[in-house]
Structure formats: structure tokens, C-alpha cells
Design a protein around this ligand. Structure first.
Ligand code: MN
Length: 288
């Protein structure tokens, strides 16, 4: 067994997107700062409506998946084909943009806390032009595993294996075979799981701090930084003195060229030019 080390820490940066939603971006904060197949991770967290109320009015996507996980708040998703999805605290929207979608993501609250994450997950070239699809995952569909040493883990995607006890998450079977866990640990508790040695993985603490890696070379990772992990077949995390909440992400790398232009992520420049043309001509999401 080889325990994964921290290879690189990406501190999140404050930025804004949509019509002025304040957020913190770690992976994807610069072009090329990807962790294949992960293109971007945004965390939004505020009690101030001025930081989120403007939301994300109509905008396009092509070529990848967006996974929105809401910890606190209420958001309404609507696309140009009339699909509506209500996202409430603890819920997940898994959107496969594929060939194209034009959608809005708007807060449905005038006050209170809005907190959650949006992950961008790449699609292989062979699936970038498939029809758009959705999975709206109710909080009750996400398995919650109580951990023996204290704490708990929500299994959003993939399979959690704790000492051989397996729990299948709400999402299974994408080509990138993602693992997406939300883990909460009390001070000093340990979380140790096997992961596929061929996959890329990273950990994003959003409360407290964690030590990641083998006990003789573990590195401390503070909240709101993405810790990209080296190759290995285990992930070991120990919570800091205040406990911790963190995301664990893993997935099969696509090893394909990534060409991004804003909300379009394709393999070549020509495909990006086509996406822009299709969007301008109203054909981004046309059924072919
Ligand atoms: Mn969007």
C-alpha cells in the first residue's frame, strides 16, 4: 500500500463570477491549473445577500459536467429547454452539458447563508457533443456513513470503502468514474480509505485544518486550499485541533488536450471556434 502525499497546494483566491457572485476558486484559477479530469472548484460561502443575490443569469456551457453541491441555501436552475431544478441545502445537481446548454442558476432566498461548491468535471472527446442531461439529487438520496472514530462521510459519487465496508454513492458510472465525498471529522480523528491508484485525487478542507499523507511525511492543509495528491492507493487524513470538514475528489484522468474558452471546454481550438459560432447562431444546444 502506498499512501498518497500532498504534491501541490493551491490556495483558493477570491474572485467573482456570474452577475457578481463572490466566490473562492482553487483548481482552475488560472488556465492550465487543472487536475485532470477536474477543471475547476469554486466555493461560495456568505451570509451577506449582496455577495450572492445577483446569481448566475443565462449563460452557456459545452463539453463538460458541472456538479453543484449546496450546503446551505436555495437555488433554482432553469435551462433554455424548460428544465427546472430546485437545489436545496444538502442537495446536488449533476449537469452534463455535453453538446450544449444555456441555463441560469439563481438564488431563491433574500437573506441568510448561501454556501456550497461548484465542480467542473471534464468529459472525454467522444462525449463532449452528447445531448445535455441532468441528475437532481435530493439530500435523502446521498448515503451518510457514520465513522467508527467519530465523524461522518456523505457519499455523493463513487464508492466509499471504510475498512472493507462499501457504500455506493448517489452517482455511479461516468467515464471519469468520480469519487466525491464530503467528510466531517472531530479533532484528531483519522480518515483512511483506499483509492484507485491510477486516478487523480485532491482534498479540499473548507472548515478547520487537516494533515494529509503518511504519518512520517504528512502535510498540514488549511481550509480553503486544494491539496493535489501524488499517486498511491490510499488516502490518509487526520483532522486538526478544531476538527475539519473537507471534500475528497478522485477520478480517472482523461489524458486529452484541454482547450478552454470561458464556459466551453473542448479538445481543440477549432472545436472552441465552432462552439462560439454555434452559440452565436443559436445552435449551441440544437438537437442534431
Ligand atoms: Mn453554469
Amino acid at each position: 500500500m502506498t499512501t498518497r502525499n500532498v504534491q501541490q497546494i493551491i490556495k483558493s483566491m477570491a474572485t467573482s463570477d456570474g452577475a457578481g457572485v463572490k466566490l473562492r476558486r482553487s483548481i482552475g484559477q488560472q488556465r492550465g491549473l487543472y487536475h485532470d479530469p477536474f477543471l475547476m472548484l469554486d466555493e461560495f460561502s456568505s451570509d451577506n445577500p449582496g455577495d450572492y443575490i445577483a446569481g448566475f443569469p443565462a449563460h452557456p456551457h459545452r463539453g463538460f459536467e458541472t456538479v453543484t453541491y449546496l450546503l446551505d441555501g436555495h437555488m433554482l436552475h432553469e435551462d433554455h429547454l424548460g428544465h427546472r431544478g430546485d437545489l436545496k441545502s444538502g442537495g446536488v445537481q449533476w449537469m452534463t452539458a455535453g453538446r450544449g446548454i444555456i441555463h441560469s442558476e439563481m438564488p431563491q432566498q433574500l437573506e441568510g447563508r448561501m454556501r456550497g461548491f461548484q465542480l467542473w468535471l471534464n468529459l472525454p472527446g467522444s462525449e463532449k457533443m452528447k445531448p445535455a442531461s441532468y441528475r437532481d439529487i435530493d439530500p435523502s438520496e446521498i448515503p451518510l456513513v457514520e465513522l467508527a472514530g467519530g465523524g461522518r462521510a456523505k457519499v455523493i459519487a463513487g464508492t466509499l470503502d471504510v475498512d472493507g465496508a462499501q457504500t455506493r454513492g448517489a452517482i455511479q458510472g461516468a467515464t471519469t468514474d468520480p469519487l466525491y465525498l464530503d467528510v466531517e471529522l472531530p479533532a484528531g480523528a483519522r480518515f483512511s480509505i483506499p483509492v484507485n491508484a491510477e486516478y487523480n485525487a485532491f482534498i479540499y478542507p473548507y472548515e478547520g485544518s487537516i494533515a494529509v499523507g503518511p504519518s512520517d511525511s504528512a502535510r498540514t492543509v488549511e481550509a480553503r486550499s486544494a491539496a493535489l495528491l501524488s499517486k498511491g492507493d490510499r488516502v490518509d487524513v487526520t483532522a486538526g485541533p478544531d476538527g475539519a470538514r473537507f471534500l475528497v475528489l478522485g477520478g480517472r484522468p482523461l489524458k486529452e488536450p484541454v482547450v478552454q474558452y470561458g464556459p466551453f471546454v473542448m479538445n481543440t481550438r477549432e472545436e472552441i471556434e465552432q462552439a462560439i459560432k454555434d452559440y452565436q447562431n443559436g445552435e449551441l444546444a440544437a438537437v442534431s
